[in-house]
Write a protein that binds this ligand. Structure first.
Ligand SMILES: C[S@@+](CC[C@H](N)C(=O)[O-])C[C@H]1O[C@@H](n2cnc3c(N)ncnc32)[C@H](O)[C@@H]1O
Length: 173
């Protein structure tokens, strides 16, 4: 996963989240968080989160790779009775931006993607919706690869009802 990488991308934007990328998010989740994973892929992120006591209320993907994940387009579905959405979404900007709008107007939404995005002009209209930015650094997306991706990443917490400027949480020592 990386727009500066020479490697061929895995279609269709399918990069399961490794557990190391979830660790920085854990201190920011409430006790037994009830979440929806809207772009769940093969359920990798769900498994990391449930291992830490959080509850998956719903799991969707347009190309689900596990029986407990429903075939749902996350830009086209509403959900109630959850604390938040949590996902590693597709990074291509049109779908990413559509997801930010669709999800974070319903519930607080944690999204893992490249840190560079917040420095682009296209991020400007979403800045007022940011509540937290949690630095992750480089992520090793491909398990068997000795290399990490070339992009630094963050967990972004979007909330269309955010009122204060976003809080930045840097890397743990
Ligand atoms: C980067 S992968 C992440 C998989 C999983 N969230 C994880 O962290 O392991 C992105 C996933 O988004 C899915 N996806 C793309 N567009 C979608 C949409 N509109 N609604 C739901 N899922 C979508 C893809 O099929 C892919 O499985």
């Amino acid at each position: 996963m990386g727009k500066r990488s020479d490697f061929e991308r895995i279609p269709p934007d399918f990069y399961p989240t490794p557990e190391s990328a979830v660790q920085p998010l854990l201190p920011h989740l409430g006790f037994e968080t009830r979440f929806c994973e809207p772009c769940a892929g093969d359920g990798r992120l769900i498994d990391h989160l449930t291992k830490w006591g959080h509850h998956c209320a719903a799991a969707w993907d347009i190309e689900p790779q596990r029986a407990d994940i429903s075939c749902v387009d996350a830009t086209d579905r509403l959900i109630g009775n959850i604390d938040c959405f949590i996902t590693n979404p597709p990074w291509s900007r049109p779908i990413l931006h559509e997801l930010i709008v669709k999800l974070s107007t319903q519930h607080p939404t944690w999204l893992l993607f490249d840190a560079d995005w917040m420095h682009t002009k296209q991020s400007a209209s979403f800045t007022p919706w940011l509540r937290k930015i949690v630095s992750v650094g480089r992520v090793k997306w491909i398990e068997e690869s000795p290399h990490t991706g070339k992009d630094n990443c963050c967990w972004y917490l979007f909330d269309a009802n955010a009122v204060a400027p976003a809080q930045f949480i840097g890397r743990a020592a």
